[in-house]
Design a protein around this ligand. Structure first.
Ligand SMILES: [Zn+2]
Length: 548
């Protein structure tokens, strides 16, 4: 790093300055600056090279951008840092693409592992394979390649798992086993035997609780997973991540442990998953919320439906493939009661809702909660909101609900969604421009591992092109500009966690979270977005990632 001569006139020496760049501030006027100065983790000056160079002292670290572009650190409104790190645990059978590219390939992977594994040892797949439901093997197909080892494989989307007969036996699941609350054990219509497919978390967990990397885990491994997940996130350009589904208190505590050992390098906002009304009551009694600049407990997450790929999206048109396995995870009264209780206790509540009917159920619950306990600025949030109706959008706007969504799904899942709904419904998929122009609060998050790709460029590509991998463009009038996409992915996502006053833009007084990019986001052609990458990631004025 070059060291500049100290200025005797500097009112204060900066810890770090970034000079000679294009600083996209994402402030209200969308100003562009040349340089930024940081002290004590906060931004103290944004302006010209001369203005910022005046703050260089003997101890100041100078980062010469050499013309490169800087943006605020990206805020991921929907991610799973621990679960993402967990995917790369070496104890798993890696079923993610490109490995399990077909049913035959998946069975081959399991078979190869079964040949070398001692009898009775678990074959546990990461999250996971991304075959269509139709192409997913059942228990009998898995038995044919792994008769003597229990197998647990989870779909990438996390909405279902498939297991073999050995695993069903260990879990005590047979034709007489009742569905757990919120989940479905798929049964063969003729024999009544479980097929091995388990829909939604509570059913998946009946077997997952026994599988290494899922229910069978250690605190040390979880810590490693969080660290691995955050390093991948930082290298991608995310400086904050909202983990909207910590499945249990152990995961929340892992984040706390990492923070308390000064090993948390990105900022985390964590929401805990609630599986049932009873679960919710216990959690509300036991959990002590916490808040710092690095780690904040955000509130509670409820799932209202599954997804179109698993056929568990709750749609008004039940004849659609997207809804063919769907059922209500909650009745409206239970949902209202739970949401009302959490809201009354002062927490933010977030809903997973993809289908139009699920989205309406979430909105109904919000409306009821706000009627019972009016509170300004409650910022209820709906995650994904894949197929809202136009009427739903009006209500979302009126109730101030934040939509936290994944434009990368348009590219990654657009073709699959299209085959699961009709053309008319497809026109309602993620109407991002309409929502933006209505003034609905939008946030973007990548949702790994339920999305095959991590980097924010995929959110930009999805939002700007709305084009699927096969080349189909859905509702092209809903495309937005890269400028709008960047604002949603910074300020918009910061709003979703009540943090727009401390992050999301490069302004004096805000946290010094920034990313230096390989390209100028505002002038690069859309066709080059695939080449965009983070070169330096800065959190609180510290360089936490630098491209080698
Ligand atoms: Zn998710």
């Amino acid at each position: 790093m070059p060291t500049a001569a100290p200025s005797p006139f500097a009112p204060t020496d900066a810890d770090l300055v970034l000079v000679n760049g294009k600083v996209i501030t994402v402030d209200l006027k969308d100003s562009i600056a040349q340089a930024v100065a940081v002290k004590n983790g906060k931004i103290i000056k944004v302006g010209s090279n001369d203005e910022v160079k005046a703050l260089i002292g003997q101890q100041t670290k100078v980062l010469d951008l050499k013309g490169r572009t800087v943006t605020p650190g990206l805020v991921d409104s929907h991610t799973h840092v621990y679960v993402w790190g967990n995917q790369f645990w070496p104890g798993f059978l890696d079923t993610r693409l490109p490995n399990a590219s077909s049913k035959a390939k998946l069975l081959q992977l399991v078979g190869e592992k079964a040949k070398v594994a001692p009898k009775g040892e678990w074959i546990s797949g990461n999250q996971g394979f991304s075959l269509s439901l139709k192409a997913t093997p059942d228990r009998w197909a898995l038995d044919s390649v792994s008769p003597d080892n229990p197998v647990y494989l989870r779909h990438l989307g996390g909405q279902y798992a498939v297991v073999n007969s050995y695993a069903l036996r260990l879990a005590g699941i047979n034709k007489n086993t009742q569905n757990p609350y919120g989940g479905r054990i798929e049964k063969d219509p003729d024999s009544g035997e479980p097929t091995g497919r388990l829909f939604h978390y509570s059913a998946e967990n009946l077997v997952g609780r026994l599988a290494p990397g899922y229910g069978v885990n250690t605190a040390e491994k979880r810590i490693e997973d969080v660290k691995r997940g955050q390093d991948l996130d930082l290298a991608a350009g995310y400086t904050s991540g909202q983990d909207v589904i910590a499945a249990n208190t152990a995961i929340v505590n892992t984040y706390r442990w990492v923070e308390s050992h000064n090993a948390l390098k990105m900022r985390i906002y964590v929401m805990q998953y609630v599986a049932s009304e009873e679960d919710g009551k216990n959690l509300l009694r036991d959990v002590q919320p916490f808040k710092s600049e690095m780690l904040t407990f955000g509130g509670w997450k409820l799932a209202v439906d599954g997804g179109p790929g698993a056929g568990t999206a709750l749609m008004y048109d039940q004849s659609l493939q997207a809804a063919k396995n769907s059922y209500e995870y909650w009745d409206q009264q239970t949902l209202n009661r739970m949401v009302g209780t959490f809201h009354k206790a002062g927490f933010q509540v977030s809903f997973h809702a993809q289908g139009d009917k699920a989205i309406d159920m979430a909105i109904n619950a919000v409306e009821a909660a706000l009627k019972e306990t009016p509170r300004e600025n409650s910022r209820f949030r709906i995650e994904h909101a894949s197929f809202p109706t136009p009427q739903a959008l009006e209500r979302i706007k009126k109730l101030g609900i934040v939509i936290s969504t994944q434009p990368q799904w348009i590219t990654a899942w657009g073709d699959e969604f299209r085959s699961a709904v009709d053309e008319k419904t497809m026109q309602r998929m993620m109407p991002i421009r309409t929502m933006m122009e209505m003034g609905i609060h939008l946030a973007f998050g990548c949702d790994v591992p339920a999305t095959p790709v991590l980097e924010p460029k995929y959110a930009f590509i999805g939002a700007v092109t709305r084009t699927t991998t096969s080349g189909y463009t859905t509702a092209p009038q809903e495309c937005i500009s890269i400028k709008d996409a960047l604002r949603i992915h910074t300020m918009g996502s910061a709003y979703a966690s009540f943090e727009e006053n401390i992050k999301g833009s490069i302004e004096v007084g805000k946290l010094a979270d920034m990313v230096v990019w390989s390209h100028d986001l505002y002038s690069m052609p859309v066709s080059q977005l695939m080449d965009l990458k983070a070169e330096v990631t800065i959190v609180g004025g510290k360089i936490v990632y630098e491209e080698k």
